[in-house]
Design a binder for this molecule. Sequence first.
Ligand code: GAP
Length: 456
Amino acid sequence: MSELQEYLGKATMEKITSLAKRRGFVFQSSEIYGGQNGAWDYGPLGIELKNRIANAWWKEMTQLNDDIVGLDAAILMHPRTWEASGHVENFTDPLVDCKKCKSRFRADMIPQESLAAKKCPDCGGELTDIRKFNLMFKTHIGPTEDTASTIYLRPETAQGIYVNYRNIIQSNRMKIPFGIAQIGKAFRNEIVTKNFIFRTCEFEQMEMQYFVKPSTDVVWFNEWRKRRWAYYEKLGVKMDHLRWHQHGPDELAHYAKDAYDIEYLFPMGWRELEGVHNRTDYDLGRHTQFSGKDLQYIDQDNNNERYIPYIIETSAGLTRNLLMILCDAYDEEQVAEKGNEDDWRTVLRFHPNLAPVTAAVLPLMKKDGLAELAQDIRAELKEDYATDYDQSGAIGRRYRRQDEAGTPFCITVDYQSKEDGTVTLRFRDSMEQIRVPRAELTDRLRQEIKAYKRIK
Ligand code: GAP
């Protein structure tokens, strides 16, 4: 069996969804009422994982790039924003309905033969003509529900950056080329929301808009493609599960001159993970036109040359990245410890920088002061690491529980610990165990995290 077939056999979406629920990564929204389609809740391990993915991206963009600053814009924006951006007119999906079984489909997601024959792919009934369906959620602001009070939930975070571009140049004295990064919620009235958290109505994006001189856009576009690829390599993602997909003319968004997706091999196949887009001067040009404000950049180092900057966008889904990281980390392994051929473990091989819990402290026994000693060690590690403590059940079962939560290190406290001050440090991936003096634990973990290389 090839490595790929093996992965696709192990990491099914059913298993990932079930593990995510069982271990408190992701729950269905409003489950006790039967669930809300297109919305998910992140449980104790899920929010930790999501925060770490967001922090890794934020660090990569802002801390490691002197020319990128952050922003947190409001979800509710002036409705003219969405006219200017083109979303009111163009942000639509082509839909068809079955007149017989009443199913609704995205016309671009059903077999083209069904579409041409106007036959429902489910029941064979007659399909309606294609109609355009706008994906923006509309609501009203204020006490009246009329067109004057219509407001949208933002379908992308990018526009919050464009409308603040002038503020940021002025307040932070930014010089082109420079970028603005933002992480936040976005909302789309998606008709097809299957595959767990892959495509949802409420989700989070991590977007960076890089403002460049028009003639340099292609160079910067290629540069950002390179940097985004290198980022996933640094996160320890399986690189043979990533590939590029260039948008064809019929796929390009209304604002894009060129666009490449980074696709990931999810259990259901290759799917978009992140987009790198050359948005040209479309956005700032349109906001100039619709707001009446001059959004030209004045290049003081170049005879006050004026131009509307081009924008290179890197746009990743945070929640989709979380699904990718879960799928990428998922593994099942035959352990066959102590000659037991049926002994399997499920293990999430998260990079230690992303793992929700870095170290779990486990007393071998509750009695004889081992629990107290273990709690004491945990209290010491807490300052530097996300920790867990577990004293219930056989030690082997406790290791399995931590493997399944993706905890890279377990620290076991036993009778020898009381005598010589050493503990057992167990590595999730190799299951290797070594003895380490308690006093060296904090530093040892730091070294291990820095030197981490995925072995499988
Ligand atoms: N500002 C550009 C933009 O929004 P996009 O390709 O529509 O471009 C960017 O979205 C990324 O946002 C996608 O690559 C995906 O990771 C994520 N995304 C988009 N729609 C999503 C949805 N309905 N659910 C979860 N993630 C989504």
